[in-house]
Every structure is written in C-alpha cells, then in structure tokens.
Design a protein. Structure first.
Length: 525
C-alpha cells in the first residue's frame, strides 16, 4: 500500500468509525504514526496481514473487541488517550507487541488469547489492567512494566514463559487461580499494595527472588510443583502461605519476614531452606503434618530491633523441626486449643532442644512450661482456692529461684530478707528486745536511747527509737534470729502475740533460706 492510499485510509477512519458489519477482514493494515481523532471500532475484525500500529495515537476509544490478528500485531509506543482500550476476546495468532505503550485509562484484555509472543515490557498501565481469563500460550514479557492501578490476572493461563521481572505493581495485584505452566519470573518485582496468588498453580520454576512485597501477600492454597525461589525476598506485612503445597525445593534464603508469616497447614514434600532468613514478629507453623525433610531454623536470624519470634506449633510434626528456642516463644492464639495439645507442644519441643543440645533453649522453654502448668492447670477452673494456690506457687517458683535454674538467687533473697527485717527491727528495737524476744547479754551496752521518731496515726502517737548507735545491734539481732538453728524459748514473751508471730516468721524464713543455701552448696560440688 503506497503512502497516498495510507493517507486516504487514515482519513476514512478520522470521520467514519469502523463497524463490525461493514469490514470483517483487513488484508493490509499499516497505520504507523497515524492519528485517530474519533472512536475507532475494530470489533470482530480479522487482520490477515501484519497490523502495524507502531507509534499510533488514539485520541478516543479504541475497540478491538473480538479482533483476530493472524500475523504480527505491532502496538509498540502507541498512545491511547481514551477512557477505554478494549481487546476483550481478541485473538493474537502471531506476535503481539505492546512494549513501551502508555495506557492512560482502563485496558481490557479479558479472555484474550495470545498464541505467540506477547510483549508488554516497559508498558505503563495508568489505570486498571484487566487480564481476567487471558490465555498466554507462548512466552509473555511484562518485564519492567508498571501497573499503577489494579492488575487483574484472575484465572489467567500462562502456558509458556512468563516474565514479570522488575515489574512494579502500585495497586492491588490479583493472580488468583492463575496457572503458570512454565517459568514464572517475578525476580526483583515490586508489589506496593495487596497481592494475592491464592489457589495459583506453579508447574515449573517460580522465581520471586529479590521481590518486595510492601503490603499483605497471599499465596494461600497455591501449589508449587517445581522449584520455588524466595531468596532475598522482603515481606513488609503479612505473608500468607496457608495450605500451600511445596512439591519440590523451596528456598527462602535471606528472605525477610517483618510482621506476620503464616505457614499453617502447609505441605512440604521436599527440602525447605530458611538459612539466614529474618524471622517475623509472629510465625504460624501450626498443623504442618507433612514434612519430608527436617526444616532447620537454626541459621535463621532475628531483626536487630526484635528480641523474639512468636511461634505457633500446635499439631505440627515438631520432631522434624530444628530450632533454637532461645530465639522463639510459643504462642497459642486459638482459644479452642486444649491443655493437652499445648502440653504436647512443650514436651515435643523440649525433646528437640535435648536432641540437638540447645541448653539455653531448653532452659527457657522449661521455665515457660512450668509456668504454663501452674497458670493453665485445668484444676484451676474447679476452685478459686486451687487457682490461688497454683498462682502463688508459680510466683514463688519463678521469683524465688527461677524454677530451679538460678539457685544462687537464694543469696540475693537472704540479703533482702535480712535487710528488711533489720530495718524493721531498728525502728522497733527496744520493743522487740525488751518486750518480745530479749537477747540482753548482747545488747546491754546499747540500752541508752539518744533519739526518737514520733509518728502520729489514727489520733495515736507512736514512738520509735532510731538511734544510730543501734543500727549494728539491730542487724546482729536480726541475724541471730534469722540464722539461728533454735529459739531460746525462755526469752520469749508470749504475751505479745503479734510480736512473737513476727519473730517466729523471721526464724522459719531463715531456716528455709539456710536449707536452700545448703542445697546449693552441696549440688555445686
């Protein structure tokens, strides 16, 4: 077609929109550098020869609904200015090139078919991009493509290579129920809003290495039949892999999980690599019953700003999970979990710590388990008395000697008790030594009082001797009672019942401390 005919054909389109019933077949279509100022309707048109729209401008709506392209369809660097660009149900039998195209408004490729190369690299979708049920039978290129608004690939089918390398998704990215029969390459892709790959099938390599997910990401109930690579991938928000099937290797080497990561009900039919992965705030790993090879979290790490990773392991095959519990804390977020289920998790995880020699992890876990048995004992629900006793026992066990893991704490408690009792006995020195339990042969030189403290309470004044000369005697007086192996009953004034009870309390508490000190010394040898 010479230039003159091209110009005349272009003028025809300027003033007369094409109707499907007027033109069904176009044997030659060279519209390179053309400008269409009004609506262009290629509905159901069949392009037999190459359709060259290179650098063409559509100032109004462009309708390619049901169009058939038997040869090359070249839309590179085309400018669509209309409110809708419609390629719904279009069929591209040969290469379709949309590289570098700017789509300012809605683009509809719903149920379109691409039998050969579909090239969208560096394209810019400023509004919704609809690829629902689109069929890509050959290689498709979306590398470095920018989706500003919704990118909808729901129920799309990629039969060959699918490249989304370095693509940018600023809004919602929907890949639900999408099938990737060959390579799915999302290397270095940026997902800046919610992303969903739910019920998606990856039959070949799925490469999400160095991808960045800024918002919620869902891979729930998807299947990775081949290698799944998430190396160096960053998940800033929720990463949901619930009920995913990994039939082959799954790599999360140096992946970064920030908030919540859900691997509950996942099936691991092959090896999983979490080496150097940054653990999230909360990791749901419950109901993971099929683990083909041991999952190793020992080389995973925590973010420098975080101290712990909460983890749920209920009804999981913990025997095939290797982790240092010093970096984790068990959680049971589901209120329906039974006491027996929780106890089983503690006991199985304690076995793992024993098996691999993780002593610090075992100590931390055992402390938590003992506290759990006191505070969540089913008997607590039967009586407030039992509950109170268990809570008190737990408090004592926890703070007295750290559930037996810090027996040296007894020296600190002994010092605290002696100091507190000495302070009280200093204020009540004369009353205690003369009116309750006298040790006169020691304290006779200190009988002279020098200074008193008068305290008024409830309209009554109380006198306390606070002579500095009696500080040392008060300490000695307390120590003789606290560390005494027996009481001199003949020196006890049993008429002062409150005072006698106080003295015997010091005495009994001292015996308890001495017993624990003796136990510590014996076991330390």
């Amino acid at each position: 077609m010479n230039k003159y005919i091209i110009i005349l054909f272009s003028l025809f389109f300027y003033n007369y929109p094409l109707k499907a019933q007027e033109i069904k077949t176009i044997t030659k279509a060279d519209y390179k550098d053309s400008v269409f100022t009004s609506k262009v309707d290629f509905d159901s048109v069949k392009f037999i020869a190459p359709a060259n729209f290179y650098h063409t401008k559509f100032s109004s709506q462009a309708n390619f609904n049901n169009a058939q392209f038997d040869s090359l369809a070249d839309f590179r660097v085309v400018q669509f200015d209309s409110s809708l660009t419609d390629f719904a149900n279009a069929h591209f039998s040969s290469q379709a090139k949309f590289g570098g195209v700017y789509f300012p408004s809605l683009v509809n490729f719903r149920e379109a078919k691409f039998d050969s190369l579909a090239y969208f690299s560096v394209a810019y979708f400023n509004s919704n991009a609809n690829f629902i049920k689109t069929q890509f039978s050959s290689k498709v290129e979306f590398s470095q493509t920018h989706f500003v608004s919704l990118a909808n690939f729901h129920l799309a089918n990629f039969s060959s290579l699918a490249y989304f390398r370095e693509a940018i998704f600023d809004s919602y990215a929907d890949f639900r129920r999408t099938d990737f029969s060959s390579l799915a390459d999302f290397n270095k892709a940026d997902f800046n809003n919610s992303t969903i790959f739910g019920l998606t099938t990856f039959d070949s390599l799925a490469d999400f290495s160095q991808a960045h997910f800024s918002s919620e990401t869902y891979f729930s109930r998807s299947r990775f039949s081949s290698l799944a690579i998430f190396d160096y991938t960053t998940f800033d928000s929720l990463a949901n892999f619930k009920e995913v099937n990994f039939d082959s290797l799954a790599y999360f080497h140096k992946a970064k999980f920030n908030t919540i990561t859900d691997f509950s009900f996942v099936t691991f039919n092959s090896e999983v690599d979490f080496r150097s992965a940054v653990l999230p705030d909360t990791l749901y790993f419950n109901n993971v019953k099929k683990i083909e090879k041991e999952i190793d979290f020992t080389f995973s790490r925590l973010d420098p700003n975080k101290k712990i990773c909460n983890i749920d392991l209920v009804d999981t095959d913990i025997s095939k999970i290797k982790l240092r519990y010093s970096r984790f804390k068990l959680i049971f977020p589901d209120t329906i979990y039974l006491y027996e289920q929780k106890s089983k998790v503690y006991e199985q995880l304690l076995n793992v710590q024993d098996k691999h020699g993780f002593l610090s992890g075992k100590e931390k876990l055992d402390k938590e388990y003992q506290e759990f048995k006191y505070l969540e004992n089913p008997q607590n629900d039967k009586s407030w008395v039992i509950k109170s006793v268990n809570h008190l026992t737990n408090f004592i066990q926890k703070h007295w000697w750290d559930y037996g893991y810090n027996k040296a704490k007894i020296f600190w408690w002994t010092f605290i008790f002696v100091a507190v009792f000495s302070l009280i006995n200093w204020f009540l020195f004369d009353e205690m030594n003369e009116g309750v339990y006298e040790i006169s042969y020691v304290f006779r030189p200190y009988k002279n009082k020098e200074k008193y403290l008068w305290v008024k309470w409830n309209y009554t004044q109380y006198k306390f001797n606070i002579s500095l000369q009696q500080v040392i005697p008060a300490i000695i007086y307390t120590s003789l009672i606290f560390f005494g192996f027996r009481m001199s009953v003949e020196h006890v004034n049993y008429k002062n019942k409150a005072g006698v009870a106080y003295v015997y309390f010091q005495f009994v508490l001292g015996l308890v401390c001495l017993a624990y000190i003796a136990n510590f010394i014996i076991l330390s040898r």
